[in-house]
Design a protein around this ligand. Structure first.
Ligand code: NIG
Ligand code: FE
Length: 413
């Protein structure tokens, strides 16, 4: 039954809106005290204030009491690499003793290390480990996940990763937005022939991904010694021709002009941005590129955090995401994400909630369907054990989720 009444939540934290929230707007969560939300056939049909009569026949609905609990939209994690083979725990130890992420990548570790393991893994193995990660994320209140390919770097394995995500989207309650990231790194067999490798991506893989509708977005790792600004522009322009929405890993390790490129191309989002320039930030704000920041990655790499305050104060649409992947950030910890955003990046709890709900939805091009509690949106919610959203960053790294509801159905773990 996809009919549910969630009654008398101490707060209905609506995050109301049908587009990403910029700058100051991120502070307004449009909270309804002691509100009730009704979902009919999986879609939000009523958002009621205290004292408003319930206008449906309650016997047609599952009714849950939310007294003393805050109700939020399900979290939207708009940047992950959750389908992969193998692990890189050795590299983690090397990093802890001082090796840099790029040093390890340059000597054959990093992304290409996971590529080897992902090529060897069967579709069923990738499905099983992917499912395990989705289960863990859902328990933390995440109801939509973006997932990238990019650990195949050959046609067969890129398609395998994307097919695994399609199957998980069909069979798991989580909604998955897939992104084609053939240009994540240059594999050994193409080393020194980066332009040809991009041609291969553009001419051999992209058309199949587009034709089989295996991904909605395309992404590239635009970084010194990975893919240049010119290469990223060429790849993303080609992706646009195939109908993909554009995303870019930008200005993660060095200041490189990635944010500026994202604005020039009108990308849906630019992600990481630890080193984004003032001009790049202003340009993103102007065009409405979602600035997606990934504090779990900065934390795991012992890097300075992205300049969230500058971005918000410059009127950007800022999203938070986990970047779950086997290398730079093996974490989907929504609780730690909230804590880092508020404690270290100086975001207010309200800004952090906007960034992981409606702005996450904007970062995957779905702010019209998910990310807020508005009539007409999908019935995806997280109910907290506590009466206020303010408990999210305050409970550092602790899971305070009481119940997760997906398309109007309580998810049983
Ligand atoms: O978003 N920076 C590039 N890509 C991933 C890391 C991938 C990996 O190390 O396996 C990221 O951090
Ligand atoms: Fe990433």
């Amino acid at each position: 039954m996809n009919n549910i009444i969630i009654k008398n939540a101490s707060q209905v934290v609506t995050c109301s809106g049908f587009a990403g929230k910029r700058g100051k707007e991120m502070n307004n969560l449009h909270v309804i005290e002691n509100g009730t939300v009704i979902v009919t056939d999986g879609v939000i049909s009523h958002v009621l204030k205290q004292g408003e009569a319930i206008p449906v026949n309650e016997s047609d609905y599952k009714v849950i009491s939310a007294e003393g609990k805050a109700l939020l939209p399900g979290f939207v994690d708009s940047h992950t690499h959750f389908v992969f083979g193998g692990y890189r725990e050795e590299e983690f130890s090397w990093r802890m003793r001082g090796d840099s992420y790029m040093d390890i990548m340059n000597r054959g570790g990093g992304i290409v290390n996971t590529t080897r393991a992902t090529r060897e893994a069967s579709e069923d193995e990738l499905y099983a480990s992917g499912k395990m990660r989705l289960d863990a994320m859902m328990k933390l209140g995440i109801t939509t996940v973006e997932g990238k390919s990019g650990y195949g770097l050959d046609k067969e394995t890129e398609l395998k990763q994307l097919r695994v995500m399609r199957r998980l989207n069909d069979e798991h309650p989580m909604d998955i937005v897939s992104t084609y990231m053939g240009a994540h790194a240059t594999p050994a067999e193409w080393k020194g022939r980066e332009e040809e490798f991009l041609d291969f991506n553009i001419n051999e893989v992209m058309p199949v991904v587009a034709k089989e509708k295996l991904a909605e977005c395309a992404d590239i790792f635009c970084e010194k010694n990975v893919f240049s600004i010119e290469q990223s522009r060429r790849y993303l322009n080609a992706a646009r021709e195939y109908g993909f929405k554009l995303k870019i890993h930008a200005d993660e390790i060095v200041q490189f002009g990635g944010a500026e490129l994202a604005a020039e191309l009108g990308c849906l989002s630019a992600d990481h941005l630890l080193q984004a320039s003032d001009e790049g930030i202003k340009a993103m704000a102007k065009v409405g590129v979602v600035a997606t920041i990934l504090p779990l990655t900065a934390f795991s790499l012992r890097e300075e955090f992205a300049r969230a305050r500058t971005m918000i104060d410059s009127d950007c649409i800022v999203a938070l995401a986990t970047d779950l992947n086997p290398g730079s950030s093996f974490s989907a910890s929504a609780p730690l994400l909230f804590a880092l955003a508020c404690i270290y990046m100086k975001m207010s709890p309200e800004e952090a909630v906007s960034a992981f709900t409606i702005n996450g939805a904007a970062a995957v091009g779905k702010a019209d369907k998910i990310g807020s509690i508005d009539v007409g949106k999908q019935g995806d919610f997280v109910l907290l054990q506590y009466p206020s959203y303010k408990f999210l960053p305050y409970h550092v790294g602790m899971n305070i989720v009481d119940t997760v509801i997906k398309k109007g159905e309580v998810v049983n773990f």
